[in-house]
Each structure stands twice: as structure tokens, then as C-alpha cells.
Design a protein around this ligand. Sequence first.
Ligand code: CAO
Length: 556
Amino acid sequence: MSIVEVKVPDIGDFESVSVIELMVKVGDTIKVDQSLITVESDKASMEIPSSHAGVIKELKVKLGDKVKEGVVLAMVESSEASASAPSAAPAAPAPSAPAPVAASSNAAATSAPAAASSLELLVPDIGDFKDVAVIEVMVKVGDSVKAEQSLITVESDKASMEIPSSHAGVIESLRVKVGDKVNRGDLLGMIKGVAQASAPVSAGAPAPSAVASAPAPSTAPVSQASLPVQPSSASAHQPAQSASSLAKVPHASPSIRKLAREFGIPLERVTGTGPKGRIGVEDLHTYSKSVMSAQANASHAGSSSQGADSGAALGLLPWPKVDFAKFGEVERKALGRIKKISGANLHRNWVMIPHVTNHDDADITELEAFRVQTNKENEKAGVKVTMLAFLIKACVSALKAFPEFNSSLDGEELVYKKYFHIGFAADTPNGLMVPVIKDADQKGILQISKEMGELAKKAREGKLSPAEMTGACFTISSLGGIGGRYFTPIINAPEVAILGVCKSQTEPVWDGKQFVPRLMLPLSLSWDHRVIDGAMAARFNAHLAAILADFRRVLL
Ligand code: CAO
């Protein structure tokens, strides 16, 4: 065991770069090549690996320090039998910057600038790196660029770097897009620029000095940094990058980017709290915590405001926080238990089911007369028949005719139910509840009416059992006793449709010869577009309307 100094290796032309991240702490056991710190210049960020394995005894740098080649980063109790000299080249590629201008440029130093011509933009020597990913395209076709202006950003697992243009000119075409892998010599695009035709880089032209921190083994410094620009007549034009892909990528080190990718965190949504808005590991933690808690709120709580907080999970703006008391007197009341539960369910169903609502009218003139007559005849039995009982029977008939409405989605399968349990929304002092009439196909109107009365009473008294509220295949939400014309009922998952009913009204209806007064019932059918299509929904409503117009059809 011996204490060795771990120093900044050859980082090329960088005179002094800022330490923006400490990736280890005193006491950590580290391996050879393990990244110790991240440094950053205005063009690149890179991780500096350790040349030794062992235990960190002392860190010699802190955040914000400027470091350059040879600066001692840490004292490490080396576990190697004989530690090599601290300045020995690390096994991992050490960041190394390319030399600014190749000596070959002298040949063209005195040549006069040629007329504007199409030139190839190639990836320069980026050291040992193979297949580095393009993570940002910073220019688009038609852009005027200056010499040294960054064209793309590439990233390996240890460094990210910007590749500059060696010439001023107008971008004619781009051959790379975000996600492409590039290597030295790959064609990035064509530029119409003023260039020396005889040499890759003119010494007279601004040298793309200290451009990308093309990491290379420190024992093999990169020899040339410039983008060799060659005259070319062939220019395979590429469509321009979309505006969105040109958006500036967030400020973060390669390791942070890698971590974000592993966890599926979109870096552009993370707020960086480091210098110049830089994203650090704490910022990733903060972001993922906020998303997780918003999701938990949405699924477990369900109040409208809590559900709205999940906007973060959906990539939406946070819910506005308003101090209402500023505008007048207010009173706060906690949401009741039923409202919380039904709110969470309604929210999920509204967000997850692609709803469509078809509106229609049913002529219930004769049916209403029959209902009134039935009630007169059954007055003594103490059972009141409302339109809802007929609607339940009519819906059973429509569900039989259109079995998709009596199904549920289960992954990529539809579960068709052979039973007919119909839920009905009941307005209670505590909030919305949905009791269920079981086997409605096997029951008559009077029995359905009786059960509805009992279930509605239990609902209002908060005495419904879970069994009385589960198992529905289809739900009816009737506002007929209250009013309104049409509305959009929310599907009660895992059902795939719901019928909303409003107050019937006598209307003038054209019978082919004249307008006649008819009692019309407004129907609003919401359906899940993943399971049902519009034509089927229209047929379902037409079937319902036909039955309600002549209830004998139920027997067919
Ligand atoms: N058109 C005209 N009148 C209607 C009607 C309609 N479509 N439906 C019912 N009515 C009449 C009834 O005949 C009754 O009239 P009378 O008092 O003259 O006899 C009156 O309206 C009240 O009916 P009701 O509401 O007591 O009975 P119902 O069977 O129609 O409904 C129930 C029962 C429990 C569903 C209902 O009371 C209820 O809670 N409805 C609200 C449902 C709801 O909130 N839906 C919205 C969910 S989404 O938030």
C-alpha cells in the first residue's frame, strides 16, 4: 500500500477548465479508469478518470476550481503492488484536445481565397472514439455560419464535444441527424464557403483552435483539430433538420446524460441548479421525485387539485396556485371520501379513454303514456316506474345487438360478457355513486324499478355494499329528473360505453305531412374509440331510439 497522487492527465490544449462535478468522495474505493471529476470548457465537458485503483484519502480539488494538466486531483491509497507514476497515462482514454491547426496549413498560407464553392464538412480526428452519437445538430440548411462555429454536439460515455465548422459560409446540406453515430472522416454536410482549394485549412483563415475536446489516449495526442475542408462538386443534399431537433440541449455532463437516459428522464424538462443552469445528479433526483409524487397523487388521491398536480407526469404545466383570499372572503372544506374516490376514477377514465359522444333523440311519446298508465295501475304496490327502468331494458336489448358495447379491453383482447349488469349513476349528498342492477335481462320493468328505488335509497344513505356497486357492464347516467339537453358522460372503466339521458321535452316533429307534438328524450352515448367506432355507436343509438319509440321491439 502506498499513497499516490492522481493528477489531471493530458487534456490537450485546454489551459484551465472548471471542475463542475465531483464524482467521488474521501473514503470511496475506486477502480482504475473510474471517473473522478467532470471538467468543462465552453465547448466540451469531460470526465477525468483515475489512473490508480485504491481508496481516496484526500480530494485536492473542489467545485469551481480551475484545473489543467498535472494538477493533483486526489491522494489515493493505492491497492496496486507498485503504483505507477501519477502522470502515467490512464488506461482509459484521457481527455485530450486536438492541436489547433495542422502544420500542413502552411502550404496554403499565402494562397488567395477562392470563390465560393461547395465544400465537404468532415468529422475531424476525434481520437480513439468510434461511433460517437450525435446528440444535437446546431445548424440547419441555409444558416450562415462563421469559422469555428459549432455544428453538432457528439457524445461518448465519457465526454461530449462540439464539432466546429472550419469555414465561414452557408450550410448547403446536412448529412447527419440526432441519433446518428459518427466517426472520423464522416461527412457532416456541405458548405458554400470561401476556402482555399489547395489545402485543408488556411493559416490565413481563423484556425479552429481548441475546438472539440476530442478525447484520446494521453500518450497519443490528437494531431489535428481542424475540419479538413475539401473542394467537392458532389453534394448529396439532405432535407433540412426539423426545427425541433435544433433545440438547444440542456447543460449536463455525459454521465448525467447517461443516467438520465437510463431512467428515461427528459433532460430538457429538468431544471439545472448548477452554475449556468447546469444539471447535476441532485436535479435528476428532484425531477424524478416530483414526477413520482405527482403520479402517486393522481392515482391515490383524486381530488381535482391533486389530480391536476399530476400535470408534471403528463408533461403539463403545474396547476396554478392562487391565493383566493386576496380577492375576497373564502372558506375551505376538505373533499369527502366519495368525492375523492370518484374524482380519481373519473380523472383516470377521462385521461386514459379516448371518448367520443354521439347525441340522438328518442320519441318516447307512447312509452311515457304507458309509463304513466303503469304507475296508475301499480300505485298500491308502492313501486314507482320512471323512464330509467325502461332505458335499462332498452339498453340490454342494444347490448345484445351490439356485443362490443358489452365488452372490456384487457390488453390486446376484448372480453365479451354474456351477462347484463347495468349500473346507474345516483346523485347522493356525499357525491356520485353507481349502484348496479344485476342480470337486468332476466328482470321485468317493475322489478327493476323496485330494485332501483332500494339501491338509490341505500346510495343516498351511504349504505351500499361493495357488491352492489361492482360488476356493471354498462352504465346509464340520467339527469332526466333534473334538466338539461345533452352532456358528455365519462365512461366508467373498464366498461366501454355509457349512456347519458336528459329531460324529455315535447317538440314539433315532422311526420312527413305536418309537424306533430312528440315527447323527445335526448340521448348522449359516450364510447371508447379503441373498441367502438362511430358507425357502430350511431347504430346503437338508433337501435335504442327504435325500441324506446315502440317498446314491443324488446321482444324481438
Ligand atoms: N325526462 C323527464 N322527466 C324525467 C326523466 C326524463 N328523462 N327521467 C325522470 N324524470 C322524472 C321522473 O319521472 C320523476 O318525475 P315525477 O317526480 O313527476 O314522478 C322525476 O323526474 C324524478 O325522477 P327521479 O330522479 O326520482 O327518478 P329516476 O329513476 O329518473 O332517477 C336516480 C333515479 C337515482 C338515477 C336519480 O334520482 C339520480 O340520482 N339522478 C342523477 C344522476 C346523476 O347525477 N348523473 C350524473 C352523473 S355524472 O356527474
